[in-house]
Every structure is written in C-alpha cells, then in structure tokens.
Design a protein around this ligand. Structure first.
Ligand SMILES: C[S@@+](CC[C@H](N)C(=O)[O-])C[C@H]1O[C@@H](n2cnc3c(N)ncnc32)[C@H](O)[C@@H]1O
Length: 188
C-alpha cells in the first residue's frame, strides 16, 4: 500500500466504494479501463455482462490473475493517445485518473473515438471543492500532494470538460462539497 492509498482510504471507505459498485455494475461488453492502477475496480464488474477487459495504464502494474473472474489484458499507454481502433469498445472506464492526465480534453476526445456509437463512458473523479473554505485548504496542500501522489492535481475540474463534451450524460452525481464527481456519458 502506497502513501497515496493510505490517504485515500477514508474516502474509499466512506463514499468511493459505493459509487464504484453502483456505476461499474453498468459496464458491459468489451471494456477499456484507463489508469487501472492496482486494479481496485475489477471486483466490481459483473462477469455475466463483460466480454473482455482491456486495462491500460501509463505504466504496467502486474495484477494477481487468480483473483480475476474474467480475462484482463494489460496495455501500456496514455489516455491522450489510446492505442486502439475507432469504435472498439462498449464501455470505457476512468476512475481517479483525470486528476493526473496532462490533457483532459484530448483524453475525452480519445475516449469518444474508441467507443462504439451508443457506448458508455463511466467516470469518477475528485475535483476542486465547491466550498470556498475548502478551496484554500486544498490550494495550500496541492503542491505537496502533487509530489507525493505522482502528479495528482487536487484542484482539477475535469468534470467540467466532460460536461462540455459531446457525451450525453445519462447519470450524474457529486458529493456535497463537490470533491467527488461521477457519472455515465453515452456516445450518441
Ligand atoms: C490515482 S491512480 C487511480 C487508480 C484506479 N483507477 C482507482 O480508481 O483507484 C491513477 C492511475 O492513472 C495512471 N495514469 C496517470 N496518467 C495517465 C495517463 N495519461 N494515461 C493512462 N494512465 C494514467 C497512473 O499510472 C495510475 O495508475
């Protein structure tokens, strides 16, 4: 467990686990998960709905295959330049990755490109708080956090880019303070 995991543990237990479970149950068919990390999402997919999981990360993390209920194929690559053909996937998943990527707009365009028409994009992100009092705390902590958590930006607002994109949001949720943002977009 990394320092990042230790810091994220309360958030994971209080809210993230439930949101992951709810949203990832909707994944189906050929699934691309971007930034799979330690594979925390894999236990939430429903094996009867999934054909195959393609898991991509900036750097390959080896996973314990014995724990998997379905085949997972690992790829090294970047969200901004996905190494897949147009209209390949039924579902693309990104959880807590957009806080790290350099070009969120380009990543969203890439997700749109590799999704089949009618396919869904499931996202969960943390973001800059909506409450002023919290913003200054996040601002003062962001530099240290950025170094400690592999380039993670606590003040990112990637959900706004998703809202501005061509995705039709069929589900949308956020925590009271706006720190967690999640939803499902459909490629129409
Ligand atoms: C904070 S972890 C999130 C892991 C997991 N998705 C979760 O929900 O806990 C971010 C992951 O995204 C990966 N990542 C960062 N930038 C990326 C990029 N541009 N393209 C693909 N993966 C990236 C990191 O290597 C890391 O594994």
């Amino acid at each position: 467990m990394t320092l990042y995991d230790i810091f994220m543990l309360p958030l994971e237990q209080i809210a993230l686990k439930r949101i992951r479970k709810e949203l990832l149950a909707k994944a189906y068919g050929n699934v691309l998960e971007i930034g799979y990390g330690t594979g925390v999402n894999f236990k939430h997919y429903h094996p009867t709905e999934i054909e195959h999981i393609y898991a991509l990360d900036k750097k390959i993390h080896l996973l314990n295959a014995r724990k998997m209920k379905y085949t997972v194929e690992l790829f090294e690559g970047s969200a901004e330049e996905l190494p897949f053909e147009d209209e390949t996937f039924d579902t693309v998943v990104e959880t807590l990755v957009f806080c790290n990527v350099e070009d969120v707009k380009e990543s969203i365009a890439e997700i749109w490109r590799v999704l089949k028409p009618g396919g869904i994009f499931i996202f969960i992100d943390h973001a800059k708080p909506e409450k002023k009092q919290l913003v200054s705390i996040f601002e003062s902590f962001n530099g240290l956090w950025h170094d400690m958590a592999g380039g993670c930006n606590l003040l990112n607002e990637s959900h706004k880019e998703i809202e501005k994109s061509e995705f039709f949001l069929v589900e949308r949720g956020k925590s009271n303070n706006g720190v967690l943002q999640w939803g499902i977009g459909r490629k129409t």
